[in-house]
Design a protein around this ligand. Structure first.
Ligand SMILES: C[S@@+](CC[C@H](N)C(=O)[O-])C[C@H]1O[C@@H](n2cnc3c(N)ncnc32)[C@H](O)[C@@H]1O
Length: 270
């Protein structure tokens, strides 16, 4: 069974089955069958395939209940993160049309809304969007909200060149390098010339578990600071600043990357 034909068979099945979930179910089945074998299995080889890794990351992130307990707990940390880290890095940006990836229950959205004319919140899961709709239903300010569920790596609902600022805090740290690459390509498309991006992402890089990001400290993925720079370069974006963040028990775990598009005269920091 450990033949090249078997590997190719899995690859073909993955691409032919109707959706990622069916493909994953099939692969799980295969993994369970191979569990008593020694050494690397065919499943491990298939896991190296970029499309399969992207789908696995999305499937792992799409368990809605896993984020629920986080939402309330994290609310209390927002003000301090905003004042000490976030606001000093974004205060010079144009907030007229903001795109936020992974809003969760909207604690960042509430801060952004104090400055934004319009916010598009995009999340892979419906439950956080439902929480956001409830939270901002009677918003007293001038900001207009749009909530979109997506496939976890593309932004078909956002028009080319329509966004003045792209923002994500504490969500894309769970996105694999394949998912990040796909999103950064989309950022290059939707950002206006001279627009600004602020993305908090993993810097755990090569040290990451090959099986699941959930085995890594704070569920960080195989994304890294140099990869972010490289993906920006391929997508017509220019990194403005990359700031590595240390956790008490884990140094260099995260990175905040800011970027702009197009002209050299764009936003270059507050
Ligand atoms: C840990 S919560 C953080 C929420 C919010 N950013 C905050 O700081 O409170 C992660 C959120 O990101 C969303 N998410 C995870 N992977 C995603 C992806 N690939 N694309 C869009 N949203 C994603 C989850 O559904 C969840 O709402």
């Amino acid at each position: 069974m450990r033949s090249g034909m078997m590997k190719r068979g899995l690859g073909i099945l993955t691409s032919l089955l109707p959706g990622a979930q069916s493909a994953r179910r099939f692969e799980r089945n295969m993994k369970e069958c191979a569990v008593s074998d020694q050494g690397p299995s065919d499943f491990d080889v298939v896991e190296d395939n970029e499309q399969v890794r992207l789908e696995k990351n999305l499937e792992d992130c799409a368990v809605p209940e896993q984020w629920c307990s986080y939402f309330e707990m994290a609310e209390g940390w927002m003000q301090e993160s905003w004042e000490k880290i976030i606001w000093p890095m974004i205060r010079g940006a144009d907030f007229s049309n903001v795109l936020e990836i992974g809003p969760g229950a909207g604690r960042n959205t509430a801060m952004l809304a104090q400055h934004a004319k319009e916010i598009h919140c995009v999340d892979l899961n419906e439950y956080p969007l439902h929480k956001c709709r409830e939270r901002f239903a009677n918003y007293p300010g001038a900001c207009v909200f749009h909530f979109h569920q997506n496939d976890g790596h593309t932004l078909p609902m956002i028009r080319d060149g329509s966004i003045s600022m792209i923002y994500s805090w504490d969500s894309m740290v769970h996105c694999s390098k394949e998912v990040m690459h796909s999103y950064i390509r989309e950022f290059g498309r939707v950002l206006r010339v001279d627009g600004f991006g602020f993305i908090h992402h993993s810097n755990f890089g090569e040290a990451s578990s090959k099986r699941s990001f959930k085995e890594n400290p704070h569920w960080r993925t195989d994304m890294s600071k140099p990869l972010f720079l490289q993906y920006c370069g391929r997508s017509g974006l220019r990194c403005v600043e990359q700031r590595v963040i240390n956790w008490v028990e884990a140094r260099d775990l995260d990175c905040i990357s800011t970027f702009t598009k197009g002209s050299e005269s764009g936003f270059i920091g507050a």
